[in-house]
Unconditional design. Structure first.
Length: 644
């Protein structure tokens, strides 16, 4: 009874400890099953368990599925490389470098477990090619053995996980979305009562929305219903972000009592746990009554549309959600291109050394590098995690040497080899559950298993096994150097690139005549980019409000640009007004160089619109205020715009 407090005091995450013990047990079971099936490398099945493990069932099912798909694709590519090259090292190495680079590119563009599947396809091909380079005539049998080995690990992880793992509680994510919607509605009611809501509260809501968006990938895993739920919540998040952006630049004197009362009733109903369907009529009436204030009406209409989409997957409804607004996610094209060049380049360099020297252990070095240079490229700070991976693999290599030379010589059968390896595997559960060592500790198990072939007779002398262990540990060391020197990447660098992408797209909007036709697409993508900007600013340790306020300003200016583009499409627009709009667009496009001139152009447009009775004046003033307040964000990101 007193063990849990003692473990907590020692730094263990007791909730995670059950998961790590379950995972290590499943790895031992997979090792036994693979050995019973007569597979050549049963330890690969145990490694697959560690790679597939997830703490909740829905995440486990989806990860296992995409790992299986990635393995199938990668194995097929590996076989094709061997058949086309005839097993010659040079063409094999060139083809493998190209394939790993392409998979790194795809993995950095995609998200969640789909991204994981793309990365798996990269090093699955390497697993087939590099371990079988001397047997091109048996490639189909060897590839089938590799595939069965991995699938055995996947199925074992699935069975153990489905029997013992808890189901992910989706109510937590949906409840958080509801609470944030209530807070945004309260912000609206405060504004409509004649009081300007606090900017700090809006920043806090935006930061929590960014965290919620990050949690949606695991929430949407495992079933079509979960995926629809995640998509509808993402639509709600997008509507809430749009509302927060408008609130930041809304006029201080706006007072619309009937609308305020309806929104207050909607917030009260949500807080009392009312079904979303009961809140819809309140939002519909509020939208009707706000017709004289187009920006306010637009914000309420978006909230109403998001609520309609939630009805299909909440409150026990059986009909699917109807997505009225696009959900478009940010794609890091710059990071993907850099990851591809980095992965392909290091594979090409190490592969050349391997081909020229004929170093036998070089295949293991290349295999380990192909895993790490792809899998960890999607992390916000890959160099930081690689230091922990290096420590974990070094410990795993030492454990493998201890097992090989101190324990295995006592074995009299291959079954005993497998059983003797299991305590070393189970030992990994402790560092995997400790707060200081959980990052990188799984690599202890990976290196241990990679270096432990439970087959008699035992092969190699002490010097050769030590040399092989050093080759395995060299992979994270060289990958660490690559992440530090080839397109160095961390949260701050990703933040700068993302800010540049947002401003570059703003420039493109200013010069694109068809911008008004893709307003919904642009708005949805910028919503998600703003959330990523907020999250990256937190991870980079930026001063609170700096990046998010800049992102909000880009959004506000972008909305003004879309309204101006829509005006230019009007057939009866006066020539003088057309000229003024085009001038303003040109100056906004140059806002990274001369923000003051863009502010002046927006103010002049607002005055002109007031004179001719155009409702766009309020949007122009909001954009002007946002740009003036965040001029430094625009100018400091100018270099990133040019680079993009």
């Amino acid at each position: 009874m007193n063990a849990l407090p003692a473990l907590i005091r020692l730094g263990f995450d007791t909730g995670r400890l059950g998961f790590t013990l379950r995972t290590c047990f499943a790895a031992c079971l997979a090792l036994l099953v693979a050995r019973a099936l007569g597979l050549e490398h049963p330890q690969w099945s145990a490694m697959t368990v560690f790679a597939s493990a997830q703490p909740a069932r829905n995440m486990l099912v989806e990860k296992a599925f995409f790992r299986g798909v990635g393995t199938l694709v990668g194995t097929a590519v590996g076989v094709l490389l061997m058949l086309l090259s005839g097993g010659q090292p040079l063409p094999v190495m060139l083809g493998l470098a190209l394939w790993v680079g392409l998979c790194a590119f795809a993995g950095n563009l995609l998200r969640g477990f789909v991204s994981y599947g793309a990365l798996i396809a990269g090093f699955s091909a390497a697993m087939v090619v590099l371990l079988d380079i001397g047997h091109p005539d048996h490639i189909l049998l060897l590839a089938a053995d590799r595939l069965l080995t991995v699938l055995t690990g996947i199925l074992t992880a699935l069975v153990v996980g489905l029997l013992l793992a808890p189901k992910e509680g989706e109510d937590a994510v949906a409840s958080e979305a509801r609470q944030l919607a209530i807070r945004v509605l309260r912000q609206l009611t405060t504004l409509l009562s004649g009081t300007k809501p606090g900017a700090e509260e809006q920043r806090q809501i935006l930061r929590q929305l960014a965290l919620l968006d990050e949690a949606l990938e695991p929430h949407g895993a495992g079933s079509l219903r979960s995926r629809r739920s995640a998509r509808s919540i993402r639509s709600l998040i997008s509507a809430l972000v749009s509302t927060l952006v408008w609130l930041r630049a809304a006029p201080d004197t706006l007072r619309v009592e009937p609308v305020r009362q309806l929104l207050a009733q909607a917030a009260d109903a949500l807080e009392a746990g009312a079904p979303v369907a009961e809140v819809l009529p309140l939002l519909e009436r509020a939208a009707d009554l706000s017709a004289e204030h187009p920006p306010l009406q637009d914000a309420i209409l978006r909230l109403e549309a998001a609520a309609k989409e939630r009805v299909g997957v909440s409150d026990g409804e059986v009909r699917p959600a109807r997505i009225e607004h696009p959900v478009i996610l940010h794609r890091d094209w710059v990071g993907a291109r850099q990851a591809a060049l980095r992965a392909g380049g290091i594979m090409l360099g190490l592969g050349t050394i391997w081909v020229v020297t004929g170093w036998q252990a070089g295949a293991l070095l290349l295999l380990g590098t192909s895993v790490m240079v792809t899998l960890f490229s999607t992390w916000e700070n890959p160099a930081l995690i690689m230091r922990k991976v290096l420590v974990g693999q070094a410990c795993g290599a030492l454990a493998a040497l201890a097992c090989r030379w101190l324990v295995w010589p006592l074995a009299t059968s291959e079954l005993e080899l497998v059983l003797m390896l299991m305590p070393f595997i189970m030992l990994g559960a402790l560092p995997m559950a400790h707060r200081r060592t959980m990052l990188g500790s799984i690599d202890y198990c990976m290196a241990l298993l990679l270096l432990s072939q439970p087959a008699l007779p035992l092969k190699g002398d002490l010097a050769s096994t030590v040399f092989t262990a050093l080759a395995v540990v060299s992979a994270p060391f060289l990958t660490l150097i690559a992440f530090r020197t080839i397109f160095p990447t961390d949260a701050r660098q990703r933040l700068q690139v993302l800010a540049g992408m947002m401003l570059k797209e703003l420039q493109d909007l200013c010069s694109a005549p068809e911008a008004a036709l893709r307003a919904a697409t642009w708005r949805a993508r910028l919503n998600h980019r703003l959330l990523r900007l907020v999250r990256l600013s937190q991870q980079a340790g930026e001063r609170v409000g700096t990046a998010e306020d800049g992102g909000v300003a880009v959004f506000a200016v972008g909305m003004a640009v879309l309204r101006l583009r829509a005006m230019l499409a009007e057939a009866d627009l006066a020539p003088a007004t057309t000229h003024a709009v085009r001038l303003a667009l040109a100056r906004i496009a140059n806002a990274t160089q001369q923000p003051a001139r863009a502010v002046q152009a927006l103010d002049e447009l607002a005055g002109r619109f007031d004179e001719i009775g155009r409702g766009e004046a309020e949007s122009m003033r909001a954009a002007s205020r946002a740009l003036a307040a965040q001029a430094s964000f625009f100018t400091q990101s100018g270099a990133a715009v040019s680079a993009g």
